[in-house]
Design a protein around this ligand. Structure first.
Ligand code: S3P
Length: 166
């Protein structure tokens, strides 16, 4: 197997879990948002602000293509990445997709002080989370070949994933 791609809603712990997995399994961790930020020389928020979400989605697909050409990566995708079929196709061809499933209540708690995610800088944050989650849950479930319970601490979730993949 080439790469492991973690998918799931904003705040589900993809980056923290991915970093732990990579360390424990001697793989290379890549956070897709950070990868895009480094390439573009600006933050995700700045890309949304200056060029709009559509441009960010193009950059995301470009990142999927580039990363899928590499091997031995643990990739933390963005919460919206796997909501596009072309990204699913690209990432699936390069490895296993793992959905980190976290409850609505825990997501709201973990995201309540977020200032970094443009989609959540709204008045009714929990309603937005509920709406997006309803849309995206079936998509994540369909895209992934492994689903893990993400309502535990990151070290436990990372070990569970590594155990399943071994
Ligand atoms: C997004 C999730 C973010 C980032 C962007 C859009 C989304 O990534 O890609 O703000 O559409 O859910 P995280 O899931 O790492 O927060």
């Amino acid at each position: 197997m080439k790469n492991v791609v973690l998918c799931g809603f904003m705040g589900c712990g993809k980056s923290t879990i991915g970093r732990i997995m990579a360390k424990r399994a001697d793989l290379t961790f890549v956070d897709m948002d950070r990868y895009i930020e480094e390439k573009e020389g600006m933050t995700v928020s700045e890309i949304f602000e200056k060029f709009g979400e559509a441009r960010f989605r193009e950059l995301e697909t470009e990142a999927c293509r580039e990363l899928s050409e590499q091997e031995n990566l643990v990739i933390a995708s963005g919460g919206g990445t796997l909501t596009f079929q072309q990204n699913i196709d690209i990432l699936k061809s390069s490895g296993k997709i793992v959905f980190v499933d976290v409850s609505y209540e825990n997501l709201c708690e973990r995201l309540k002080r977020d200032t970094r995610r443009p989609l959540l800088q709204v008045e009714n944050r929990n309603e937005t989370i509920a709406r997006l989650l309803e849309e995206r849950l079936p998509v994540y479930r369909r895209a992934a070949s492994v689903i893990v319970n993400g309502n535990f601490n990151s070290g436990v979730v990372a070990n569970n994933i590594l155990g399943i993949l071994r």
